[in-house]
Structures are given as C-alpha cells and as structure tokens.
Design a protein around this ligand. Structure first.
Ligand code: HPA
Ligand code: ZN
Length: 338
C-alpha cells in the first residue's frame, strides 16, 4: 500500500546505486534527439511509439531493443550527454555514489572506439563528482553471448586505461552462457587488480550463481533471484555477506516475477542476505532508483528499518573504501532519524 511517510523517507535517504547499465538510461526523448543529431535511422515515428515497444516477455526481448537503441550513440559528446542525464536523475533521488556498467562491445562492434565511449562516460562522471558530489566507480561488462576470446580482446583494449576502469562485470543473454565460459578472462581481470561482479540467477539457474562465486570469484552477484532456490547456496551467500544487486522493476518488466509482491527482496532480508535496490535499465523498465524503492516497499510493506537496511547495504556492498562507507552510513542514519 502507498505510504507518504515511507515515500518521504525513501526520497531523503542517501543511497548508492550499484546496478545501472548506462546504455539502459537512454530515454526515448534522447534516443530521438541523438538519432537526429547523428543522422541514424530508427524504426519508430514518435516517443509514444518507442514507449509502446517497451513491452517485453523475457530478457532477450529487451536485449534486442536495448542493442538497437545503442546505435544512436556515436560521439564522445553523446556518451557524455547520456551519462549526465542519468546523474541529474540520480542526484534528484539522493544517490550519493554510483557504480555504473557500460558495454564496450556494444559500441566497438558498431565501429565506435572503446576510448570514445569511455571518455564521454568518464567526463560526465568527473563533472558529476565535482558539481554534484556524486562519487563513482566504472565497471565494464563483457557480453556473455559473445566468446571468451572476444572478452579477452576487450580486456586488452582496456589495458591502457586501467586507471580509469575499476571493475569488470558480465551481462547480456544469461541462459546457455554460464560464468564458467569466462573463467580465464575473469582470472586475468582479478590479477590486474580489477573488481569483479557478474549477473547471475536473473533467468539462469542457481548453479550459475555458484559458478560466479566459485569460478569467477565475484565480489557481488547482480540480480541473484534464483539463488533462493538452493538452501546451501543461500547459506553460503549469508555466511560470506555477499551483496546482491536486486532490480525490482526490471524483474517485473522482464517477467522474472509476475507481480512485485513476488520480489525476492523481503525473503533475502529475512534470510540475512545483503540485498540492495537498483534500477538496472531505468529508461526501459519504468523507473529510477527511488521508484524501485517505492514500488517494492509498497508491494512488500517494508518497514522503516528494512528500507534503511537496504540503503545501508548499498554503501556497504560498494567498492568504496571502508572510511567512505562509514561516512555514508553515518549520513544515512542521521537522515533516517530526522
Ligand atoms: N540482464 C542482462 N544483461 C543486461 C541487462 C540485464 O538486466 N541489462 C543490460 N544488459
Ligand atoms: Zn543488469
């Protein structure tokens, strides 16, 4: 049930967003503007027509449109504008720290240089830190429907820029592309000092979550819904305090769940798991981080303590230093007590 006091708490709490694909923040208005600016043809006549096409029955349905949308991103300025628009929305939702994903292979395979995407995204992140005080980490994802050799080539392209990239992730079509396929490239990323995370258990089975932990040695699991099917795995996640980046509106729109009441967030909290709330691809799934918090809080009737716990988990599970985590958590406790 909607609850104005709870909405006010959600609005004012400082929070971190740990699961956000920057290309998934491309709003239909910007899709049109960039298509016009770059002379790229798109198969839609209006913003309304684009929104109407955002009706998905599964992850692959969405990915087909998501990769199509990326075609309008051509120049460094396009990547800046995209990232800046996201940061303005994040600031309005009281996000103080972001760890965003980008998909270099979605761009290089279209002839857009790795450096073009990286520089535009990074310039906006630096401007957001200077102007809005939002700190950041940048995570490049490997597209799991492509080969491990292609992921290795992408890591090679990142080598001159390792002072600008903080981690690697694994996204795209999950089923049929288990974490084990990327064991060697993740080992190399870890040896290079990069943080590691992976999407697992969104559509794929609990075994994929286990592989991500055991074979890729990830620090976080992105989504993780289906881990709840395996009690031994739940025990492992709880014992090790592994952060799960849950995306409620994404789960609903990709039919991972039938209703928000089925969101795994409450069960995860009850089981002692470190769940966090994130928007994934907000332009496609109908809401940014606070909309995700409100939707899941209403559906699950989350308490004040549970909402504060979710926000606290977002800082605790970030790649910030312990001192920065403690500072943010002190701020959020002060904001919760107002
Ligand atoms: N899952 C997998 N790959 C993705 C997603 C997602 O939710 N969003 C963008 N790439
Ligand atoms: Zn995702």
């Amino acid at each position: 049930m909607p609850n104005p006091d709870r909405d006010a708490l959600i609005a004012r709490l400082p929070k971190a967003e740990l699961h956000l694909h920057i290309e998934g923040s491309l709003e239909p208005e910007m899709l049109f503007a960039l298509a016009g600016r770059n002379g790229v043809a798109i198969p839609f006549a209006s913003v309304e027509e684009v929104r109407a096409a955002y009706s998905f029955s599964n992850l692959q349905d969405f990915l087909d449109i998501y990769y199509q949308g990326m075609a309008v991103l051509q120049t460094e300025q396009d990547f800046f504008d995209l990232t800046w628009a996201y940061l303005e929305r994040a600031a309005a939702d009281h996000v103080r720290h972001v760890e965003i994903f980008f998909d270099p292979q979605g761009h290089t395979e279209r002839g857009v240089a790795f450096e073009t995407a990286l520089s535009g995204i990074e310039r906006a992140l630096k401007a957001g830190e200077a102007g809005m005080g939002i700190t950041y980490r940048l995570i490049m994802c490997f597209l799991r429907h492509l080969s491990e050799a292609e992921a290795e080539a992408t890591l090679d392209q990142a080598l001159p820029h390792l002072d600008r990239i903080h981690g690697v992730g694994l996204d795209s079509s999950e089923v049929g592309h288990p974490p084990s396929k990327f064991q060697r490239v993740f080992a190399r990323a870890r040896e290079l000092g990069l943080h590691v995370t992976a999407h697992a258990g969104e559509e794929g089975p609990p075994e994929y979550v286990r592989e991500a932990l055991d074979l890729l040695q990830v620090e976080r699991i992105d989504h993780g819904n289906r881990a709840l099917e395996d009690p031994a795995l739940v025990h492992h996640l709880a014992r090790d305090g592994v952060t799960l980046t849950v995306c409620p509106l994404s789960n609903l729109r990709l039919c991972v769940i039938d209703r928000l009441e089925d969101s795994p967030v409450r069960r995860m909290l009850d089981l002692g798991l470190k769940a966090t709330i994130n928007s994934d691809d907000p332009a496609y799934f109908g809401g940014y981080i606070n909309a995700n918090f409100r939707a899941v809080a209403d559906a699950l009737d989350l308490s004040v303590a549970e909402i504060v716990q979710l926000a606290e988990n977002s800082f605790a599970g970030s790649f910030l230093t312990d001192a920065d985590k403690a500072r943010h958590i002190a701020d959020l406790r002060a904001a919760a007590a107002l």
